[in-house]
Ligand binder design. Structure first.
Ligand SMILES: Cc1ncc(COP(=O)(O)O)c(C=O)c1O
Length: 450
């Protein structure tokens, strides 16, 4: 379908244009001699242009770089900045805490924490909450806890899931249908099949086969996979998972760090899911590092009854700064004033428009590509129909084409998430900006097919 020679030529042209218009970013990258991989965090090496864009300013959904280029940001920090960059309400709350009140890390609770817990309960239904600094940490705690409560050793995840760099989750379904270490995994303490089981998303029979071993403490899953394209649940799948976990006495941990895009209460509220543990992070503190885990009333009671567990010293995630006043103030501001029902309604409606526009382009140019939407986020894949499990989604990746499209858009002022073809709508994103993206994406497709 796509002529690879044309693609290579166009990509080379875009890389040259990128280098020409980003001399300061290029020099900054070349001069970064004291950073591992030349960047402060290794993900920043996902760079379609050969070097990353260096940030100058970011407000709302507009980012500018140190060369003075400006972008409409549909990446939004891969969900960390879902409410837009430096939202004035978050900035005010942060400034008040930092400047006026003081006390950034005190190991003392603030009253805002209970407000946040109550709001999270209203949204997601869990009874008791605890805070971490990242969703990865929240998942780590959840895993320790479910093992302690059930007395079972293993965690079950979906093939090609992502829940942070959590050792127990780095397992995929191998060619023989059984679990194996995810290719490229770094420094696992033991063979991952000793700690974990794996099933394909949307495969209840496979899930039941694994649960039948009787050694699974909990299934840890996103209700829609969002890190290998966006794989949506088939009708009845999520209810089936809950039924099977109950049948085999395993707990259910739902990670809504990304699927929160579905609405005010995530998919958990929208679809009536009934997790035992709920994990979220990223967006809910407006860009300040955060994570949180919630327990159902029943599970919380069981945990508190376990007086043999040291729930103070070794019970948490061991994050000295977790639950700090700054993080909690940012969460309150974000949840109280920004991520409201009305804001979600607006963002979702704009995302409907984005998705319909992209779908129309695929139809117009007869491309075998497809797009899925989950509330405020949408993601396309170079496959049609859209894959329904992680392994198929993983195998449908086309890194060369993806990098080219990202760079083409970037060179014309549009930023997509570098890890996926994912676009997220912020409260400030406008229809005009979506149209701008659609026009440039259409030009890109026309050039590719010429
Ligand atoms: C579903 C899910 N869970 C957890 C994480 C990890 O979040 P954090 O980077 O805050 O640790 C991610 C990150 O992308 C995620 O997508």
């Amino acid at each position: 379908m796509i002529n690879r020679e044309t693609l290579a030529k166009l990509y080379a042209r875009e890389q040259a244009a990128f280098a020409a218009s980003h001399p300061k970013s290029k020099a900054a990258y070349e001069n970064a001699e004291h950073l591992f991989g030349k960047v402060p965090m290794t993900w920043m090496n996902k760079k379609a242009g050969g070097f990353p864009v260096y940030l100058a300013t970011a407000h709302g959904n507009t980012v500018t770089d140190i060369d003075g280029n400006s972008y409409v940001d549909f990446a939004l920090g891969d969900t960390g900045a879902m409410v837009g960059h430096s939202h004035p309400v978050v900035v005010e709350a942060i400034q008040k805490r930092v400047g006026e009140l003081g006390g950034l890390t005190t190991m003392l609770p603030t009253e805002d924490a209970e407000w946040v817990g109550k709001n999270l309960t209203e949204r997601f239904g869990m009874a008791k909450w605890s805070f971490s600094l990242t969703a990865t940490d929240a998942n780590r705690w959840a895993i320790r806890l479910v093992r302690a409560i059930t007395g079972k050793p293993k965690i079950l995840v979906n093939s090609y899931c992502y829940h942070g760099s959590v050792d127990e989750t780095l397992i995929v379904v191998g060619p023989d249908g059984e679990g194996m270490s995810r290719p490229g995994n770094v420094g696992s303490p033991v063979d991952v099949t000793q700690t974990s089981r794996v099933a394909e998303f949307n495969d209840l029979a496979g899930l039941e086969r694994q649960l039948a071993h009787g050694d699974v403490a909990a299934v840890l899953m996103e209700p829609a996979m969002t890190n290998v394209g966006m794989v949506l649940p088939e009708p009845g799948y999520l209810a089936g998972v809950r039924e099977l976990t109950r049948k085999y006495d395993a707990l259910l941990i739902i990670d809504e760090t990304h699927t929160f895009s579905a609405g005010y209460g995530g998919m958990t509220k929208r679809d009536g899911l009934e997790p035992d543990v709920f994990v979220i992070g990223k967006a809910i503190a407006g860009g300040i590092p955060t994570g949180t885990y919630g327990l159902s009333a029943e599970l919380a009671e069981k945990v508190m009854a376990r007086t043999d567990l040291d729930l103070v010293d070794m019970g948490g995630v061991g994050g000295t700064l977790a639950g700090n006043p700054l993080q909690v103030a940012a969460m309150r501001a974000t949840l109280e004033h920004i991520l409201t029902e009305e804001a979600f309604a607006k963002m979702i409606s704009l995302c409907d428009y984005y998705t319909a526009g992209v779908e129309a382009l695929f139809g117009k140019y007869d491309l075998p590509w497809s797009i899925n939407q989950l509330g405020t986020r949408a993601e396309y894949r170079f496959a049609k129909p859209y894959p329904i499990n992680g392994t198929d989604a993983y195998n449908s990746a086309d890194p060369e084409l993806e990098d080219f499209i990202h760079l083409y858009l970037l060179n014309r002022g549009i930023m997509l998430t570098p890890f996926h073809n994912m676009a997220l709508m912020a409260p400030t994103t406008t229809k005009d900006e979506v149209d701008q993206h659609l026009d440039i994406f259409e030009q890109c497709i026309e050039e590719l097919l010429a």
